[in-house]
Design a protein around this ligand. Structure first.
Ligand SMILES: *Cc1c(COP(=O)(O)O)cnc(C)c1O
Length: 426
């Protein structure tokens, strides 16, 4: 069989099952093509993508502007490594830092690498600027966090599936409850060696937990009080997903198009990934101002592919699309509509307890046990009815469509979802 011969869904799944490590449990559907909010399987059936590769495809599948930027750059120069300068990286760094209003950025590839970078940056800042004793720095993290899959990152996860039998674990992390300011202040006031507070503005993988209105702002104020870096992991929540350029922007009333207002929270360290490339390429970054970023000196940190010319070209185009197409505004508008429509349904539903979220990062909670397979079965039915979504836990289904969706498409999706849920009502 030639590698590019057409294969059926059954054949494609059998290949993955036989030759691939079984580190995922995919929904049984085999995709071959994507465009905007739609994907097609190898048998030609069309679906709404309601996951967007975990919020990587905010700009939609195969956005022509980003694809062109990538193709043009791929024909000119793909990789120099950072051993040499290239003519794209500086342009990208200028564009992205002005876009997010930081002095400097450090480019990486995956989200986990960017989180690792933020941890290293925070520790080095702790020793060289804050003056914490060597190897004593602690970073406060939240329970039920998801920050990626490296050995250090899973060291401070409390998900047994992600952690078990991967020890020994990395020290230097203190866990507090998410959305609990008292616990945060207790740790910050009693522990001398805290260097940073690493937090997701909305806990995505945990099941789209939106914290209380004032939480991020108050947590940032505590960090300032105790001279601790506020590190926002916006890998999933960033780049317009929650109806703001960043979820940290909160209720800032600025016209999001040019982002001239004051965000609710300005992180000291910002971690981005996923939609930074519009889903074309692994592109991640850490942003900070000079007083923090300048602790990183030549040789301290790096990545062969980090900041490569294709990544730079792709990320500039992906960020331009977010502004040109007003994706934050669209996510805000459609998100409200989505939750309002679902809430109408939930009023009379036994199977769905609630819908929660911000912008187009939402989840429904199924009225069943955490370890039931109801959410999975609902996702299978959604697939049959032309919409792809995935449970985050046994009883939570995340809904995160591309932000380029129209109102008509969104309402079509709402009717697919409610029609499907009806089949599960008892
Ligand atoms: C997806 C995700 C990561 C990890 O990104 P990868 O590209 O999968 O390494 C980190 N933090 C958050 C909040 C994420 O959602």
């Amino acid at each position: 069989m030639a590698v590019l011969d057409h294969i059926s869904s059954q054949e494609a799944m059998a290949l993955e099952n036989k030759y691939g490590a079984q580190n995922y449990h995919p929904l049984p559907v085999v995709l071959t093509k994507g465009e905007g909010v739609f994907v097609w399987d190898v048998e030609g059936k069309k679906y709404y993508d309601f996951l967007s590769a975990y919020s990587s495809l905010n700009q939609g599948h195969c956005h022509p502007k980003i694809v062109n930027a990538m193709a043009e750059q791929a024909q000119r120069l793909t990789l120099t490594s950072r051993a040499f300068y290239n003519d794209m990286l500086g342009r990208y760094e200028k564009y992205a830092t002005q876009y997010f209003k930081f002095d400097k950025m450090l480019p990486m590839n995956s989200g986990a690498e960017a989180v690792e970078t933020a941890i290293k940056l925070c520790r080095k800042w702790a020793y060289e600027v804050k003056g914490i004793d060597i190897n004593k720095a602690q970073i406060v993290v939240c329970k039920n966090n998801f920050h990626g899959r490296t050995t250090t990152i899973i060291s401070f996860s409390n998900d047994p599936v992600a952690r078990k039998n991967f020890g020994p674990y990395t020290d230097g992390f203190i866990k507090v409850e998410y959305d609990n300011l008292k616990q945060l202040e207790d740790v910050l006031s009693s522990e001398e060696n805290v260097a940073g507070f690493l937090v997701e503005p909305i806990q995505g993988e945990a099941g789209v937990y939106v914290p209380s209105e004032n939480y991020l702002k108050a947590a940032k104020a505590l960090c300032e009080k105790y001279n601790v870096l506020f590190i926002a992991d916006e890998v999933q929540t960033g780049i317009a997903r929650t109806g703001r350029l960043l979820a940290s922007c909160g209720n800032c009333s600025c016209p999001k198009k040019d982002c001239s207002g004051t965000p609710d929270v300005k992180p000291d360290v910002l971690v981005l990934g996923k939609a930074l490339s519009g889903g074309l390429y692994p592109v991640s970054a850490v942003m900070a101002n000079n007083d923090i970023m300048n602790v990183i000196q030549p040789g301290n940190h790096g990545s062969t592919f980090g900041g490569n010319p294709i990544a730079a070209a792709v990320a500039i185009a992906a960020l331009e699309v977010v502004k040109d197409e007003e994706l934050a505004e669209n996510a805000e508008y459609l998100g409200k509509l989505f939750r309002a429509e679902l809430n109408k349904y939930i009023k009379t539903s036994n199977i769905v307890k609630l819908v929660r979220g911000k912008g187009l990062l939402n989840a429904i909670v199924i009225n069943d046990d955490e370890d039931s397979d109801t959410a999975w079965n609902i996702c299978l039915k959604l697939r049959d009815n032309g919409l792809l979504a995935k449970p985050t836990h046994g009883n939570i289904i995340r809904f995160a469509p591309p932000l380029v969706m129209t109102e008509e498409q969104l309402l079509d999706c709402v009717s697919i979802i409610t029609k499907t849920l009806k089949e599960f009502e008892s």
